[in-house]
Structures are given as structure tokens and as C-alpha cells.
Design a protein around this ligand. Structure first.
Ligand code: FAQ
Length: 325
């Protein structure tokens, strides 16, 4: 439906302009905010970048949950820095989306009333300290797999935001793996916690790449516009191939009895996630959807006085400046 809408909008655009635009994309040019762009390109970017920004912001909640309960001062400082980085990523991405003619307030309202999505993964709970390891290792690992190619995406502000984000995500992934190493090599109880975290996070991490290519409504158009550089299944496969040896090194078992190296394809055969569960989470019926949106709504309402104060201060300065002129 959305894909059809984007296509029908594309046909409204001047064919000559469209052809020149596509030629620029094919030649690897970066599209900048003031350049002409098809309406569908602009809307798709607002959806993807906005959703990505919301994911970074909502993604602070599962880890924020553990800052006060980190086992050592050092772990606490590291986790705090990581969660702050995620806030920064959200801000760069909102700025990139704003260059497309939408305001941050509009994007936030669409998140808060459920018109815009955020990554499905953040609707799962973080039950133990080992989940901080699994989130860093698997969730940031999946995020990097998806975002490194986005450094070459066709829209300049998005591509440039991705460069810094990817550098920080790679520190996040390493700190997560470091927690997993500590726990997997710790006491029997710690090793059990690490295995349990892997068991619960594995399939939700695979869902982060989106539905299978056959079910993905946007992939074809987004890939021809280089908004997306790869298909969902291709990145999911790369993630599995990269992560299974890391699990083996930890001495942990990936919770997939059918996981098997396939010599012919040079990758693992693996069980896909439960797609019914994925679509339920997208509809708002995951384990933590209500809690996550309630937390964001509360933060927005609690911060109203700060926004109002800033606006009042800006208005006062403006009128003082006008009076002086
Ligand atoms: N969750 O046609 P497709 C992070 C939606 S950042 C929720 O395949 P597309 C950092 C999709 O939007 C994680 N919704 O869509 C961190 C579409 O919705 P529509 C976020 C999903 O866009 C770590 C519909 O399903 N990363 O983790 C999901 O071509 C730790 C149809 O799907 C990004 O956003 C999902 N998993 O491909 C922070 C990266 N998958 O139109 C804190 C940029 C699909 O019905 C702690 N985004 N949908 O409203 C992308 O690369 C793409 O948007 C995909 C989806 C690959 C996610």
C-alpha cells in the first residue's frame, strides 16, 4: 500500500527530472537537502531516518534500566557513556531528517501517538545484567551490520551522520562482547545467565533486519534510490555468519538446533525468526511496547516546562533585539 503510494507519487514527478535524479544516484552522487528530489524519495527518507532516530532514543530505555545496578563503577561509567551515545545518535538523525522539511517536534509527536515505528528489538525486556552484554554484542552488532553500508547511502546528511554513529556503535559492540566474555568465563551461574541472555535475544536480533525480502515492501524502491544498500535477508545472513563463531568462542550455544554450516553457499543455514511474533510486536503487542511508549510520553510531558522556558527566553531576546533596531 505504502509502496504503491510512493510509486504513484513517483509517476506525478516530471519524468525528465526523475531520469536526471536517477542518473545522479546511479553515478554515486550525494543528494543534498536543497537538491530536487522525488516526493517519494523524501517521504521514504523521513520514514526511515525518523524511525532510526526513534530507535536510538527508545533504545536507551532497556539499558538505562541497568545503569543504577551495574556491578562495578567501571561498568557503570561505560554503560552510562553508551546510553548517552545513543541519545547523541538520535539527535544527529533528527537533524538529518529535519533537512527534509519535517520538524523534530512533528517526528516526536508521530512516535508518541504510534504513527511512527521504532526498532522491534526495544520491545523486549532486559532481565539480567547479562542482557547488557547480549544487547551490546547482538543488538549493536546487528545495528552495525545494517549501518556500515548506510555510510554510502545517497542522501548526504544521512550518510555523514552514519560515519560517526558507526564508530561509536563499534565501541558499543565490543563493550557488550567484553561483558559476555567475563560472564561466559565466570562462575557456573554467570555462564547460565550469559546463555539465557543469548537464548532470549537471538531471534529478536534477527528480526532487526526487517521482514524477509519477499515481504519487504520498501526494499526494491529504496535500493534503487540507494536509501538502502542491501536487502534484509542478505544482511541477516551476514550477521549470522559473523556472530556464530563469536558465540562458539564464548563457549555458548546459539539457540537454533538447525543451525548448520553450508559449504556450498559459504554461510550458515539457520532458522528464521517467528514472523507472526515480529508483526505482532510491530502492531504494538510486544512484551514492552506499552511500557516504552508510556516512558517516552512521560519524558515528553515532564520536559514541557523546559521547552516552554526556552521558547519564552527566545521570544524575549527576539523582541529585545527588534526594540533595539
Ligand atoms: N522494527 O519494507 P521493509 C540500533 C518496518 S538502531 C520495526 O523491509 P525498510 C542502535 C518498516 O519500517 C536500530 N519496524 O522496511 C541501538 C516498514 O514499516 P512501514 C534501528 C520494522 O525500511 C543499539 C515495514 O516494517 N536501525 O539498534 C523493522 O525498507 C542498542 C516493512 O519493512 C535502523 O532503523 C523492525 N526491525 O527496511 C540503540 C536502521 N523492520 O512502512 C540503542 C535504518 C522493518 O510499514 C541500543 N533502517 N520494519 O511503516 C533500515 O535500514 C530499514 O528501515 C530496515 C527496514 C532494514 C530496518
Amino acid at each position: 500500500m505504502y509502496a504503491q503510494m510512493i510509486k504513484s507519487e513517483a509517476t506525478k514527478d516530471d519524468p525528465e527530472k526523475l531520469a536526471t535524479f536517477q542518473a545522479r544516484i546511479d553515478a554515486g552522487d550525494k543528494i543534498e537537502p536543497k537538491d530536487w528530489m522525488p516526493e517519494g524519495y523524501r517521504k521514504t527518507l523521513i520514514r526511515q531516518i525518523g524511525q532510526h532516530a526513534h530507535s536510538e532514543i527508545v533504545g536507551q530505555l532497556p539499558e538505562g534500566n541497568w545503569i543504577t545496578r551495574a556491578p562495578t563503577l567501571e561498568r557503570k561509567a561505560i554503560l552510562l557513556a553508551k546510553v548517552q551515545d545513543e541519545a547523541g545518535h538520535g539527535l544527529y538523525l533528527y537533524c538529518a531528517a529535519e533537512t527534509l522539511g519535517v520538524t523534530r517536534d512533528e517526528l516526536t509527536e508521530m512516535l508518541l501517538d504510534g504513527r511512527m515505528k521504532y526498532s522491534s528489538i526495544f520491545n523486549y525486556p532486559t532481565l539480567t545484567w547479562a542482557d547488557m552484554g547480549a544487547v551490546g554484542w547482538l543488538v549493536d552488532g546487528a545495528a552495525i551490520m545494517n549501518q556500515v553500508p548506510l555510510q554510502r547511502t545517497s542522501f548526504g546528511p544521512y550518510a555523514r551522520a552514519m560515519v560517526r554513529i558507526c564508530k561509536e556503535e563499534s565501541f558499543h559492540q565490543r563493550q557488550g562482547y567484553d561483558i559476555m566474555m567475563k560472564m561466559a568465563n565466570g562462575t557456573e551461574a554467570q555462564k547460565r545467565m550469559a546463555q539465557d541472555a543469548l537464548n532470549r535475544m537471538w531471534f529478536p536480533s534477527l528480526m532487526m533486519f526487517g521482514p524477509s525480502d519477499a515481504e519487504s515492501v520498501h526494499s526494491e524502491q529504496s535500493m534503487s534510490w540507494k536509501i538502502k544498500m542491501n536487502g534484509n535477508d542478505e544482511l541477516r545472513q551476514k550477521f549470522v555468519d559473523q556472530t556464530v563463531p563469536q558465540a562458539e568462542y564464548l563457549g555458548l550455544t546459539v539457540p537454533d538446533p538447525d543451525l548448520k554450516w553450508n559449504e556450498t553457499k559459504g554461510g550458515y543455514d539457520f532458522t528464521g525468526p517467528d514472523w507472526d511474533e515480529f508483526f505482532e510486536v510491530l502492531k504494538g503487542n510486544g512484551p514492552c511496547n506499552t511500557e516504552r511508549l508510556a516512558a517516552r510520553n512521560k519524558a515528553w510531558d515532564d520536559g514541557a516546562w523546559v521547552r516552554e522556558g526556552l521558547m519564552a527566553h527566545a521570544a524575549k531576546k527576539r523582541s529585545a533585539k527588534m526594540a533595539a533596531e
